[in-house]
Design a protein around this ligand. Structure first.
Ligand SMILES: C[S@@+](CC[C@H](N)C(=O)[O-])C[C@H]1O[C@@H](n2cnc3c(N)ncnc32)[C@H](O)[C@@H]1O
Length: 294
């Protein structure tokens, strides 16, 4: 490894202890009927990831829907990831940071396929515990650490590529986050953000849905950064229809697996099979933003 931005890598056993303490507090992830007790996103992800990591049906769902099991929690397709990768062009020893890596399978996919050095961070200790254990034989190229997008710090000029897939909306200040990422990028380094905007509240201005006036686009403008953007909204609609169909087909298997709560959240995230694109477009937009540090 060329350089570790984590000065002290936490022992993996500490994460396993943490995971065990979560199970003791909340019970096995397969028996978590008390969903109401998970009052915030953090607790939700602590519950979600151990269940996803163990669920054979979730894996089957990913393969049916995406073609590949990357434990996807995002809405992008493999074709969109391939397009993104073709623009980023990672090669052996490209140094990559993936923010919000979840179970880290996309980080691992890039490292395995391109030989790149990938650092994944996520604020879910449960996810990081699982991914550290799964990838422990790959430490020369792959490292994972818990980290909050709002507080992580790296030295200037550390990464060739920074990725944020369906997670930058967790940044409390998008402009500051973009400026931070800009400073961590090496010259000609690239940032790729896959970003959805969902306008469920019709009182919000419709401009938040547009590629060049979304909150993220505005943050790029405010930071003085130029970007390229690809509109994936139509594909998102088609993907969400397929998702509804896929989860309905797998409902009984999720029930038998003891992970019906996964079915329920995937069902809620997907789109009604009778909904038309125009209706969908009223409240959903989905983009890939690319930025290059000059
Ligand atoms: C919608 S999921 C996307 C996960 C993954 N990128 C994917 O596409 O499958 C959002 C991820 O962001 C992580 N997350 C949420 N808030 C965060 C924060 N403040 N800092 C870092 N990660 C965060 C969650 O734990 C979760 O893994």
């Amino acid at each position: 490894m060329k350089y570790s931005p984590w000065y002290t890598l936490t022992e993996e056993s500490q994460y396993n202890n943490y995971l065990n303490s979560i199970y003791q507090e909340y019970g096995s992830p397969f028996n978590m009927a008390n969903e109401e007790s998970f009052t915030d996103m953090f607790q939700w992800y602590e519950k979600l990831y151990p269940a996803v990591a163990r669920s054979k049906v979730f894996s089957e769902y990913c393969i049916k829907l995406f073609g590949t099991d990357l434990s996807q929690q995002g809405f992008y397709t493999m074709a969109q990831l391939d397009l993104m990768l073709s623009k980023l062009n990672p090669v052996s020893d490209t140094c990559i940071l993936e923010i919000g890596c979840g179970l880290g399978k996309f980080s691992e996919y890039i490292s395995d396929n391109f030989g790149s050095i990938v650092y994944g961070i996520d604020y879910s200790p449960a996810a990081i515990a699982i991914v550290k254990e799964r990838t422990k034989t790959k430490r020369k190229k792959l490292s994972f650490e818990t980290g909050n997008i709002n507080t992580i710090k790296y030295p200037e000029n550390t990464f060739d590529i920074v990725l944020a897939l369906d997670c930058i909306f967790f940044a409390s200040d998008l402009k500051t986050t973009l400026k931070n990422i800009h400073s961590w990028l090496r010259p000609n380094g690239k940032l790729a953000v896959i970003y959805g905007v969902f306008r469920f509240d019709k009182s919000e201005p419709v401009e938040i849905m547009y590629a060049n006036t979304s909150p993220l686009a505005n943050a790029f403008h405010d930071a003085g950064f130029t970007y390229k953007v690809f509109d994936f909204t139509k594909q998102l609609y088609e993907h969400q229809l397929l998702k509804r169909k896929t989860v309905l087909e797998l409902k009984q298997k999720f029930t038998d697996d003891g992970t019906l709560f996964l079915y329920e959240y995937l069902y809620r995230e997907s789109v009604d099979l009778s909904a038309g694109f125009d209706e969908f477009r009223e409240f959903a937009a989905y983009y890939l933003y690319l930025y290059e540090k000059i």
